[in-house]
Design a protein around this ligand. Structure first.
Ligand code: SF4
Ligand code: ZN
Length: 339
């Protein structure tokens, strides 16, 4: 039996880089200290905040919610609301919604569940079928990611939130980093910072308090605190996403060469510091369809909505009319096969 490096109790976790072993109590202390340190290091929170915690009901986001609630209880100027975006994925999302509801009732947390059906007009399952019918070139996860961010921003604005906290951990970040290198999406690489702000005052600041925390630690934190059941539920669309192959590959590399993920995170930080303030990542525009902050004239969610036939005909016609006098807009719409 391996003993905790800080007491006599049996270890539940060994950090593969520092080689330190932790019992349950010392692991929870260590984990919360790291999260607090990340919040401080990147100046994530201000004196007075209404924090929306984006939660899927899974282990990482429930763990983040738990930490934010603990912090807010010590700071009366911080208020926390959990927001769960229900994409409408049959047989999957119902289970994680149950986790959030149970957690919120147990710890008396305010929460909102917002569905794709209410904000976009269709569930993800319906969107995927409609997209196939229309031969659109997108994978389920592309719609899911774009619409989820869109719904989250809309709900956060309705709640008058000052900041949105997401549970992206180090593994998520380095996976996304590699995916964006592969697709040559440098604007998205540059969006992978621990804090994301914009010159546009309507853009709600986004923070990632688990930016430097490995996935296995955030999962263990939720399990040791009894926040979620140790069951495995997987989205049926996972097989279409390159992320999961990259995740497997990175985990294999990390097992063989501990520190690979930290190395990639440092590489990402170097690149973002070299390429600061590129023109594409600022939400300079207001989407001409929905009014949300956007880096383009029409935000990606509205582009998809137009392509899926979810924007009223008159609205689309007025945009096409505008494009007749606006060459940039015309080029943009042509690029997406809208005209
Ligand atoms: Fe959405 Fe894809 Fe994740 Fe499923 S696997 S929840 S479709 S991003
Ligand atoms: Zn829009």
């Amino acid at each position: 039996m391996v003993k905790c490096s800080f007491c006599e109790k049996p270890a539940v976790y060994i950090n593969s880089i520092s080689k330190l072993a932790y019992c349950k109590r010392h692991f929870i202390e260590y984990f919360e200290r790291r999260a607090r340190r990340t919040l401080r290091k990147y100046g994530m929170l201000r004196e007075e905040e209404h924090i929306v915690v984006a939660t899927s009901g899974g282990k990482d986001s429930i763990g983040l919610l738990h930490i934010m609630i603990k912090l807010a209880r010590k700071n009366p100027k911080w208020r926390v609301t959990a927001v769960l975006v229900d994409e409408g994925i049959k047989g999957y999302r119902e289970k994680t919604i149950e986790n959030l509801v149970k957690y919120a009732e147990r710890f008396k947390v305010d929460y909102v569940i917002a569905s794709f059906r209410d904000y976009i007009g269709m569930s993800l399952d319906e969107i995927v079928l409609e997209g196939r019918k229309r031969s659109l070139p997108y994978m389920p996860c592309s719609y899911c990611g774009v619409f989820r961010r869109y719904v989250l921003s809309r709900v956060a604005r309705e709640l008058k939130a000052t900041v949105i906290a997401t549970a992206h951990n180090m593994d998520d970040i380095v996976q996304t980093y590699l995916m964006n290198i592969i697709s040559n999406s440098w604007d998205r690489v540059l969006a992978l910072t621990p804090v994301r702000e914009s010159e546009n005052s309507e853009f709600i600041r986004r923070i990632k308090p688990f930016y430097e925390i490995p996935e296995k630690e955030s999962a263990l934190y939720a399990l040791l605190n009894g926040l979620v059941k140790p069951e495995f539920v997987q989205c049926p669309y996972v097989k279409y996403n390159i992320r999961f192959t990259i995740r497997k590959m990175l985990n294999e590399l990390e097992d063989k060469y501990p520190g690979v993920k930290y190395g990639l995170l440092r590489s990402l930080q170097t690149i973002t510091s070299f390429l600061k303030s590129p023109p594409g990542i600022k939400e300079r525009h207001k989407c001409i369809v929905c009014g949300e902050p956007s880096s383009q004239r029409i935000c990606r969610a509205c582009l998809y909505r137009i392509q899926l036939g979810l924007v009223e005909r008159e609205r689309v016609e007025s945009i096409l009319k505008l494009a007749r006098e606006d060459k940039d807009l015309e080029r943009f719409l042509r690029y997406y096969d809208i005209i």
